[in-house]
Write a protein that binds this ligand. Structure first.
Ligand SMILES: Nc1ncnc2c1ncn2[C@@H]1O[C@H](COP(=O)(O)OP(=O)(O)O)[C@@H](O)[C@H]1O
Ligand SMILES: [Mg+2]
Length: 630
């Protein structure tokens, strides 16, 4: 078997080599012949250009003289016209030996010698030109041709293209300073990549330019790293209740009508797959109703609100509420429901106990409305307490976005909403709206995520698709997971190419030998998932909005000085919360027991809920079933 394989390979190798040699020989012969012809042609032209008619005549007589001498011997004579035009009959031998003939001969000889060298050079150059032309033609024939779709180009080429079309924005990124497309910041950005791949580096480059532009920024900075490098105490604000620099904030200053409280409740208490939608909606309604009712209380504060929601007896809450509709939820008759609702309130509203509810409160709404300001608003948290603070941060960001949406149309205004690690927050209800309608008030949203699966986890499959579809400039950093890398690769588009396939045939007779070339149309990813999986840190692929090629950008790691502490702990009397913490813990425990005993009705709803994609539909289901009609 081994020998048979060896013989086969030997035959195949020999046939292919012989065939190639034959074909090479054929072409080389033709090119050589062509070289000789070119040389001869050049020599003739050279000779005619460089000699006079009389010199050519003498040269011809020299050739004739040799012929006569060869055939007729020394007595051979020939007619020759002298330079003065007189024709004389001379011995050929004497003519050849004459001094005049020697002068003419040496002149013609030197012309022929220089002609030989020049023509040889021209001939070699022409042959080389032909060889290069044939090689290029051959290469072009085997090259795959793009028919339509996306394609990849070097950043310098893309930059040239953008500048030529006069579409270069003043914002530029990467080592090659690739300009973004003018005015497309309002069509939002996606920065996707695994941890440490370079997402924050892109944001930092953007922030430098945003600061010099004087645009305002609303920033979600989980660990306060951006605060430490970018915070400017003269104009920026920090919203972090645990930080000394955090601003005082008053719930009733921010929310005035019932719709404001309802929006706040929606952002504070997210709809998740693990909780019964009925209880979540109930918790939202009670929070918004109680908070709204409390607006007229002169002693209102967040701690009192929490106490009321979590420690007051059901009857007391019922008596307090103005709205009969909500009071039904806290009826003694449905105590189990109320326990579950309270457990949800405890889980999501406990963050309110940290609220810095002091004098001279800061209003997010007023800050947004103030077009003359150029400061930035940082939202940050503390790693170890982040889970608990998440609802409050999400709700405040939601308020900011909601207010931004209400601003009048202004083509010049730019307010950046930068959400680095967006999925470290709960679902921001107004995010869809700001992405789709934020153009008018000038919102520029930058979303940083580690992967698409995280986005789908928080916003549901449909939600993630909607968000992704509204982010026009996309930066794709490394994704080590093949599925996520495939998602990134799909984002960078496909191209339809005409692929060339070369086939070789051979047989015992040389007549059978041949090479065939076929062209096939195939669809290919511009960037393959494996290219995404193997990207280095600080390297990414970029898709710009519009008809521009995909390009690869590299970033420099600019080590910046930490100008401020990312976090400065605020002195807080934790014993103040002890009682409240006990109640919260009790409700959370009770909620676990109640959750294990869910009613048939909610089970049915859950089945429906699970069938549908996305959390938004839950509200529709709840509406259909008239859940509040207990
Ligand atoms: N202060 C720093 N010192 C050294 N290396 C850093 C520093 N900041 C970032 N890097 C490097 O730059 C790369 C990108 O970091 P970063 O932009 O923060 O990533 P991401 O935001 O995607 O998690 C990382 O691989 C990290 O090693
Ligand atoms: Mg980062």
């Amino acid at each position: 078997m081994k020998n048979k394989g060896l013989a086969k390979h030997f035959t195949r190798g020999g046939q292919i080599t012989l065939h190639n040699l034959r074909m090479f020989n054929q072409i080389a012969n033709r090119v050589f012949l062509m070289g000789i012809l070119i040389f001869a042609l050049f020599m003739i032209v050279w000779f005619f250009i460089r000699t006079t008619a009389y010199e050519r005549y003498i040269f011809m007589q020299w050739i004739w003289a040799h012929c006569y001498l060869f055939f007729s011997g020394h007595q051979a004579k020939q007619h020759i016209i002298q330079p003065d035009g007189q024709a004389v009959l001379v011995y050929s031998k004497a003519m050849l030996d004459s001094g005049l003939m020697q002068i003419y001969l040496s002149k013609v000889g030197s012309i022929l010698l220089s002609g030989f060298l020049v023509c040889l050079f021209l001939c070699v150059a022409s042959v080389l030109g032909v060889v290069i032309f044939l090689k290029k033609r051959g290469k072009a024939h085997t090259k795959n041709k793009r028919i339509k779709g996306d394609y990849l180009r070097a950043p310098a080429q893309v930059k040239k293209m953008i500048i030529k079309r006069q579409k270069a924005s003043d914002l530029h990124l990467g080592k090659s300073a690739l300009p973004l497309i003018k005015d497309t910041e309002r069509q939002h950005f996606l920065i996707d990549g695994t941890t440490g791949s370079g997402k924050s580096t892109v944001i930092k480059e953007l922030l430098d330019q945003i600061r010099s532009r004087g645009d305002r920024v609303i920033f979600w900075d989980e660990g306060g790293h951006f605060i430490s490098e970018f915070y400017d105490e003269t104009c920026d604000k920090i919203m972090n209740d645990l930080d000394v620099r955090g601003l005082s904030w008053h719930l009733w200053d921010e929310c005035q009508d019932i719709a404001d409280f309802e929006n706040m409740a929606t952002a504070l208490i997210p709809m998740t797959h693990v909780q019964d939608p009925f209880w979540v909606l109930g918790a939202r309604t009670i929070f918004s109703e109680v908070a709204f009712t409390m607006r007229n209380d002169p002693n209102r504060n967040v701690q009192a609100l929490l106490k009321m929601l979590l420690t007051a007896s059901l009857d007391n809450i019922k008596a307090y509420l103005e709205d009969i509709y909500a009071s039904i939820l806290v009826s003694d008759k449905i105590e189990k429901t109320a326990i579950s609702i309270k457990s949800i309130m405890a889980a999501y509203l406990k963050c309110l106990r940290y609220v810095k509810d002091e004098e001279d409160p800061f209003s997010i709404r007023r800050w947004i409305q103030n077009d003359s300001s150029s400061g930035w608003l940082f939202f940050s948290s503390l790693e170890k307490k982040h889970e608990g603070l998440k609802p409050l941060i999400t709700a405040r960001l939601d308020i900011a976005i909601n207010e931004l949406l209400s601003l009048e149309r202004n083509e010049k205004r730019r307010i950046w909403i930068i959400l680095d690690e967006l999925t470290s927050l709960h679902k921001i209800p107004t995010l869809f709206k700001i992405l789709s309608k934020g153009r008018k008030p000038g919102a520029c949203v930058v979303i940083g995520i580690q992967n698409y699966a995280q986005l789908a986890e928080v916003y549901g499959n449909n939600g993630a698709k909607i968000i992704s579809s509204l982010l026009n400039t996309r930066f794709m950093f490394r994704q080590p997971d093949p599925d996520m890398a495939a998602w990134s690769a799909r984002n960078l588009g496909e191209t339809i190419i005409e692929e060339v396939r070369e086939g070789i045939s051979y047989g015992a007779n040389t007549m059978r030998d041949g090479v065939s070339m076929n062209r096939h149309e195939t669809k290919k990813a511009v960037v393959s998932p494996s290219e995404i999986m193997t990207l280095d840190d600080l390297h990414c692929f970029v898709r710009l909005p519009g008809q521009y090629p995909i390009t690869q950008l590299d970033f420099d790691l600019k080590l910046r000085k930490a100008l401020h502490a990312p976090f400065i702990q605020r002195e807080m009397d934790e014993t103040k919360f002890k009682e409240l913490d006990k109640v919260i813990a009790k409700h959370e425990k009770a909620g676990v027991h109640a959750a294990s005993d869910i009613s048939e009705k909610t089970e049915k709803l859950n089945r429906k809920f699970n069938k549908k994609e996305g959390i938004d539909q839950v509200t529709e289901v709840v509406g259909e079933e008239k859940l509040f009609d207990v």
